[in-house]
Design a protein around this ligand. Sequence first.
Ligand code: PLP
Length: 407
Amino acid sequence: MIRINDNYLKLPGSYLFATVAAKARAFRQELEEDDIISLGIGDVTQPLCPAAVEAMHNAVDELAYGETFRGYGPEQGYGFLREAIAAGDYAPRGVKLSPDEIFISDGAKSDTGNIVDILGGGRVAVTDPVYPVYVDSNAMAGRAGDYTGGRWNALTYLPCLEENGFVPQLPAEKVDVVYLCYPNNPMGTVLTKDELAVWVEYAIENDVLILFDAAYEAFITNPAVPHSIYEIDGAKKVAIEFRSYSKTAGFTGVRCGFSVIPDELAVEVAGRKVRLNELWKRRQCTKFNGASYISQRGAEAIYSEEGRRQTRSTIGYYLANAAFLKGTLDGMGLKAFGGTDAPYLWVKTPGGMPSWDFFDLLLRQAHLICTPGAGFGPSGEGFVRFTAFGRRESYVEAAARIEKLII
Ligand code: PLP
């Protein structure tokens, strides 16, 4: 008898972006000319950084000859990239990491989704709104309870609202795992060092694991905002950090990212200290054969002088899109949050309109696609998300259309 993991049957049917796409598709049929602008899905539009392109060309050439060919690589990732990460991303911020604490992967989605494999359950807290992968991966593992009334009854939701400055409050009940994503998707907000330190202290005192998703770290411009949770004293004892090259360097299609699991992060089981990075290594060696040599060479090149210059310039381009759009929205009296240290704007709908109604209004009146905030969790209701990843001309045109909206 075939038995399925029936936790999958509890997942709510229609996926946010699929519904957005279906609505756009239906509306397109009504249009004579397709002039829809999508500022919805978070994929990049600027090409790969040239330093990475060159490195990947060279890597392909190496694979073309017997003397330089490489097959399976180390499951944890090549040393050259792990060393570049420790030296380039962490040492300059005063965080000392050994390359052995770094695990290269095919991106942060896999890692944030797969990390549940090494955890044994316990109560999980997520911010609300939330990047859906954290919730769904726990639901698939049977750790989210049942989905009723738009929420999972075994998860603890930490509302991020305009009233609390979109900063989640510490959980009122005992939890064991907390997912934090900063800079945040979907809200585009950040935590200052002091705000993040509150979470680290709480985790140390209450024996809580923090899963810290820093996929948008490269967009931080405010010096008061930490780039890594390990900039906070004690965080190595309680936090795993996830990073991605997707938005930093146009790697959404190439696929490469990494996770950091410090040696100090350990639990005591039957009088024995078990390091979480031993477990993750075991998991990766069994279920993962490593990211490709080509993508790892591409990622390494991002740490070169020209790689850094090129990625900074592309990130500047996206942040300028966000600033431009925010200016237009402000001018219309619409409240837009985020966008200065992250590629997302979190926009309050006018007059308390439901997210999906404002989505429909923007689509029908302005032929613009955004993402309804309600799709990211109950507290996303009344907001929509715009991404900054489009081409400049899309924002210029979007601004002209937004200014003509009849709200
Ligand atoms: N984490 C967050 C918060 C994201 O928004 C995304 C992508 O949109 C990811 C992780 C996934 O990144 P990757 O492309 O590295 O899998």
